[in-house]
Write a protein that binds this ligand. Structure first.
Ligand code: NAD
Length: 291
């Protein structure tokens, strides 16, 4: 395949982190990130480790708080309260999924919006969907960054986002709308999915179904962003897009692995610096949630 068609997320994220590291060094700010990990989900352990490594490399102080799988909601909330109050911690990330007995929404809503580096607190969701400055979820922001590497102006483009999760699909559709795309959001109840996907200049798959998107879903020359991370029986990771089947039709495509994944982590670090700058500028009282 023509390798110039590949959007090399690994390299783009490395370049982005390099610039971020320079900015952190020059800013005199020492951003602090706390990652909360409850339980021993193997994928989450790897993700938390990757985040820790990347953060350390760019000069973000990172702590991983690893709580036992059977932690009560109170225990997690107490930790969040403590992190909310600390002035050296600017970003708090709750690694999802959490064990079944915990309600992730209850936990997320206790993170101070200004420290919500995952952009999942309803205050940030509301601001983002209103087009106001907000903390934006990392994966959608990473997707948009990759798309803009190859299509700098998205005005008037047809975009189809497959998936409507709070973490990826929904916020990405809003970001594309704010870029003046005409956006269609597809999901598990969508009828004639390939026909809808074939309208897309920009096609994003954020589903979690391996190879759902095949050649019959691609308009010639489309830009395809594959968010899916699906572990196969042989242990290898594959995306939601059948890369081999579509590669000759697309103009650009992200690989899995090495596409969206590295960009997600880079954006988490970006959000941590942004949170630190916001907190420094506003000199806010960092403990407004306790009576
Ligand atoms: P999710 O399970 O919360 O949402 C999946 C979405 O896909 C739902 O909105 C559902 O309606 C839709 N869907 C399911 N089956 C479908 C079908 N047959 N046709 C059309 N739509 C269908 O998942 P998520 O958190 O949004 O993650 C999606 C994928 O992206 C997963 O593979 C996940 O591992 C991956 N992911 C990757 C990154 C990254 O950094 N690369 C980050 C987050 C998620």
């Amino acid at each position: 395949m023509d390798t110039t068609k590949i959007i090399d997320g690994k390299q783009i994220a490395a370049d982005f982190r390099k610039k971020l590291a320079e900015e952190i060094q020059q800013s005199g700010i020492s951003p602090g990130l706390a990652v909360i990990l409850v339980g021993d989900d193997p994928a989450s352990l790897i993700y938390a480790k990757n985040k820790q490594k990347a953060a350390q490399e760019v000069g973000v102080n990172v702590e991983v708080h690893h709580l036992p799988a059977l932690s009560s909601e109170r225990m997690v909330l107490d930790l969040i309260d403590e992190l909310n109050e600390r002035t050296d911690i600017h970003g708090i990330l709750l690694q999802l999924p959490v064990p079944m007995h915990l309600n992730p929404q209850n936990l997320i809503e206790c993170i101070m919006p200004i420290k919500d580096v995952d952009g999942l607190h309803p205050v940030n969701v509301g601001k983002m969907t209103s087009g106001l400055p907000a903390m934006i979820p990392c994966t959608p922001m990473g997707c948009l960054y990759l798309i803009k590497q190859v299509v700098p102006s998205l005005v008037g483009k047809q975009a189809v986002v497959v998936g409507r999760s709070a973490l990826v699909g929904r916020p990405l559709a809003h970001l594309l709308l704010q870029e003046d795309c005409t956006v269609t959001q597809a999901h598990s109840k969508t009828k004639n999915l390939p026909e809808i996907c074939r309208q897309a200049d920009i096609l994003v798959a954020a589903v979690g179904v391996p190879h759902l998107i095949g050649a019959d879903s691609i308009k010639k020359g489309a830009v395809v962003i594959d968010v899916g991370i699906n572990r196969q029986e042989n242990g290898k990771i594959t995306g939601d897009v059948d890369f081999e089947a579509v590669k000759d039709l697309v103009s650009y495509i992200t690989p899995v692995p090495g596409g969206v994944g590295p960009m997600t982590i880079a954006m988490l670090l970006f959000n941590t610096l942004k949170a630190a700058k916001n907190q420094k500028e506003k000199g806010v009282n960092l403990a407004p949630y306790k009576e």
